[in-house]
Design a protein around this ligand. Sequence first.
Ligand code: SAM
Ligand code: CA
Length: 220
Amino acid sequence: MSNKTLGLESKLYQYFQDVSVREPDILKELRGETAKHPMSMMQIAPEQGQFMALLVQLMGAKKTLEVGVFTGYSALAVALALPDDGKIIACDINEEYTAIARNYWQKAGVDHKIDLRIAPALETLEKLIAEGQTNTFDFAFIDADKSNYDHYYEQALKLVRTGGLIAIDNVLWGGKVADQDIQDNRTQKIRNLNDKIYQDPRVNISLVPIADGLTLALKK
Ligand code: SAM
Ligand code: CA
């Protein structure tokens, strides 16, 4: 896992950030607080938050989904880019991490846009499908437990509309996916999903090597 863009040597990475990352103060503050957390490396990179915010604006997205909230950075980046009546249904199982998230969403004045569901994401997504919310989401960001990535992808594919976008995080997995000597469960799951999406006729794709790799899959 990596919370900075892979493969750029440090001087060039610094330059890349200097001339492109415009991190709002509230996101900077949240990143500072998350940095003290023992699991801080789970947070997305600021350049990725900015990229996802741009995508959401580009699409004119209003209704979005997030699977894996942690301390709320990615949801906050997206929420700041949504219109005032925009919505994120955000899934996580951890009350402690998401208490930090709620605090910052409130501070940023976007908590009314975020509907946090504390339950296993598979259950929350199944419930949304059962409620008839298929084909209604503009954007979905998948960033929770890697062992369920394929399920999240399949559920998100049902929930997003035609022309909607699914963004899947950590698809380059710190480079482990390219090393066939590495065969642990999470690496295999990500590798298998990458192979599957590459062949998947239901989507148009681009794997963007930002941060730890972000696959964009647009539902046809
Ligand atoms: N997107 C976040 C950010 O920008 O900081 C990082 C998310 S972190 C990599 C993964 C999150 O997935 C953790 O907060 C964890 O509690 C959550 N998670 C793990 N298993 C889950 C499950 N079965 N259902 C929902 N959330 C889960
Ligand atoms: Ca991630």
